[in-house]
Design a protein around this ligand. Structure first.
Ligand code: KG4
Ligand code: ZN
Length: 347
């Protein structure tokens, strides 16, 4: 008998993601994005995203089924993002998932989006070893997780106390006059600059932070430091060396993320690091993580970028793992939770 077929639905932000996984094999991953509709506002507009999910849901499900050559009736379970994310968009996904679960008479699993960003790597690079460290970094989250089992053994070691890494890039992008989202533009500029040109602060790395915040992040002080530095130059009528500012800023973020993550790996004897989330596209982070993991003898796993940005495969991955472990399904009246804690992998 073949492994159960799980349909995953993701709608926590601006991507409508639908994927099918059979056991540990990903059959298809279809995505529709409303990012173009948000770009001119300089940020995601939840109401616009909700409407886009509503319009994209059925066509994206149809596309996924057609591409995988699967009938809807063959689906054995539905997984959907229950949180964290935007309430309106999450509600559209949950409503679609509930309707499918009721119509097909199959179990429904409401799953945690952040954990999905780590779990998807199992579909891409194969099952995790006994213990892995997962750094999930995006525009909405920056979390360090120790994973003994993706469904029953996730421990949150730290997270950002203020801005997420991608969010900090987008804010610095705005102050440098770059288009939204600024992250990829800063990445590109940073490759032409000198990362040692300006010594920006490293958030939460002072000795006094070791006790309570060894594995937490903070990027808002860094963002303010960049703003002050740029303002001082402008006030003095000097030109802004944009590439050097971008490179020095990006280096501070990558330095803190990788230093804390590798320290956590060492402390807990973890030999595999998974990086997920849309910010893992960042070349400064990728390069420094590769360099420092090689030095520390840690295997680095980063899924291809389409599985790092929001997608349905990440949700199907958690759903498939939950089914495999015989976890009880969620109630059909499950409520979405915009700030779903990482202590909950499914609801
Ligand atoms: O995962 P994602 O697509 O959406 C969220 O769940 O937030 O991540 C998007 C975030 C944005 O903040 C974007 O600017 C940032 O990731 N980002 C980057 C790069 N590519 C995307 N930041 C820096 N360098 C990049 N290459
Ligand atoms: Zn995400």
């Amino acid at each position: 008998m073949s492994a159960p077929l799980v349909l995953g639905i993701e709608t926590s932000c601006d991507e409508t993601g639908v994927a099918l996984a059979r056991g540990e094999e990903l059959l298809v991953d279809a995505v529709a994005s409303s990012m173009d509709e948000h770009a001119r506002y300089g940020g995601i507009i939840p109401e616009v995203a909700s409407r886009a999910h509503l319009e994209a849901m059925v066509p994206t499900i149809r596309r996924a089924l057609a591409e995988a050559d699967v009938d809807l009736g063959e689906v054995d379970a539905i997984a959907v993002t229950a949180g964290p994310g935007l309430v309106g968009p999450l509600t559209i996904g949950a409503a679609a998932a509930k309707a499918l679960a009721v119509g097909l008479g199959v179990p429904l699993y409401g799953v945690n989006h952040v954990i999905g960003h780590a779990a998807v790597d199992e579909l891409v690079h194969g099952p995790f070893p006994d213990r892995v460290m997962a750094l999930v970094v995006s525009g909405g989250h920056s979390s360090l997780l120790m994973v003994d089992d993706i469904v029953t053994g996730v421990t949150e070691l730290g997270s950002t106390l203020d801005d997420a890494a991608g969010e900090a890039f987008d804010k610095v992008g705005r102050l440098l006059g770059l288009p939204y989202p600024g992250g990829p533009h800063i990445d590109r500029l940073a490759r032409e600059g000198d990362r040692e040109a300006i010594r920006f602060p490293r958030g939460l790395t002072a000795p006094k932070d070791q006790a309570k915040h060894a594995y937490d992040f903070s990027f808002s002080g860094l963002k303010t430091a960049v703003a002050r530095w740029v303002e001082a130059r402008q006030d003095a009528g000097q030109e802004i060396p944009v590439a050097d500012v971008a490179a020095s800023f990006a280096y501070s973020v990558a330095d803190v993320l990788t230093a804390k993550t590798i320290a956590a790996c060492r402390r807990h004897g973890v030999e595999t690091l998974v990086i997920g989330g849309g910010f893992s596209a960042n070349s400064q982070l990728r390069d420094l993580a590769a360099e420092r993991c090689a030095e520390a003898g840690i295997e680095l796993r980063i899924p291809p970028i389409r599985y790092c940005t929001d997608n349905g495969a990440m949700i199907a991955a958690v759903g498939a793992a939950a089914v495999r472990r015989g976890l009880a399904p969620s109630d059909l009246d499950l409520a979405v939770d915009s700030s779903m804690p990482l202590t909950l992998v499914t609801v």
